[in-house]
Design a protein around this ligand. Structure first.
Ligand code: ADE
Ligand code: ZN
Length: 335
């Protein structure tokens, strides 16, 4: 089944580029930028990656991002991610970045985004992997800071596909970000939000009703509310589910009880994604392999998940059709 998964054309729709910072690159960049890390070795960094909830992880993730200073740093980070994605049979990615993590340290917005765009252009040229960029607002900061970030992004609106909402979920409901999401929608941007990773089903409802999102990132806790499940299924709302992340952040106890198979069986448009692969023990392929093995997913499930990753993307209808046709051709070849 792993060989079948590797060859299956796949898209990744939930990936924080800062969460793809491997400890090796962290040390390289720290050396290049003359920054002293609070860890003695790559092994010591990896040993610190034991989390019991989202906040445990976020504390170390924001600390790690501090080695990123220059445009080259952001470009190299993106290039490293795309190499891993291509090796796993990924052909398209819609990547999140957290500008406030960097601008609050004095790094200009342009340095962050120009570096990432350079990495994305390299990936398309060299690996044939396409990508789109989604700017995430940090929800533990005030909405005014998100509005200022959207303003800083004005010169780049033609190169941004959407905005998202991430960071600490509990206590920071979507209702606090209506103004900035409305402004982003008026500028023609797509909208996504993390909801239902740790937060209750009501946060998912708020993301739908108040923010008017096009996708829900995670969405696990929707399963606690039957009416919400029916609505998400009826609206064909894409859920960008992250199995290894859920395991590492104790959203699930065991991959064998991960809800993604149940989501598919309920008619929900679930997708498999890696979230922060350097921190959670696996890139896109590893998420697919481990989930398929733990839940005994069959070919029908895998094909559905691959198709969902494109129909749930922000690619053009023609591009989506092309990817779906490539999936069908691949499946026909690999009977
Ligand atoms: N930022 C990076 N990864 C995240 C996650 N899984 N949830 C919320 N914010 C994040
Ligand atoms: Zn995430």
């Amino acid at each position: 089944m792993n060989a079948f998964i590797n060859g299956l054309p796949k898209a990744e729709l939930h990936l924080h580029i800062e969460g793809s910072l491997e400890p090796e690159l962290m040390f390289d960049l720290a050396g290049r930028n003359k920054i002293t890390l609070p860890f003695a070795s790559v092994e010591a960094v990896r040993a610190a990656y034991a989390f019991s909830n989202l906040q445990d992880f976020l504390d170390i993730y924001y600390q790690g991002a501090q080695v990123l200073l220059t445009e080259e740093d952001f470009r190299d980070l993106a290039m490293a991610y795309f190499r891993r994605l291509a090796a796993d049979g990924g052909v398209h990615a819609e990547i999140f970045f957290d500008p406030q993590t960097h601008t609050d340290r004095g790094i200009p917005f342009s340095v962050v985004i120009d570096g990432l765009l350079a990495g994305m252009a390299w990936a398309e040229r060299t690996l044939g992997v396409t990508s789109k960029l989604i700017l995430c607002f940090l929800r533990h900061l005030p909405e005014d800071a998100a509005l200022a970030t959207l303003k800083a992004a004005e010169p780049y609106l033609d190169r941004l596909t959407g905005v998202g909402l991430d960071s600490s979920e509990m206590g920071f409901p979507p209702s606090g970000f209506v103004q900035v999401f409305t402004a982003a929608r008026e500028r023609g941007l797509k909208l996504v939000a993390h909801a239902g990773e740790e937060g209750p089903p009501d946060y998912i409802r708020q993301a739908l009703d108040l923010l008017k999102v096009d996708r829900i990132d995670h969405g696990n806790r929707a399963l606690e509310d039957h009416r919400l499940v029916s609505r998400l299924a009826a609206e064909s709302m894409t859920l960008t589910v992250c199995p290894l992340s859920n395991l590492k952040l104790c959203v699930v106890d065991d991959l064998k009880t991960h809800p993604i198979k149940q989501m598919l069986d309920l008619g929900l448009k679930a997708t498999i994604n890696s979230d922060d692969p350097a921190y959670f023990g696996g890139y896109l392929g590893e998420n697919w392999h481990q989930t398929a093995a733990a839940l005994d997913l069959d070919r029908t499930d895998l094909i559905q998940l691959a198709k969902n990753s494109f129909t749930g993307s922000f690619l053009s209808p023609a591009d989506i059709e092309g990817h779906l046709a490539r999936i069908d051709a691949y499946v026909a070849r690999s009977v």
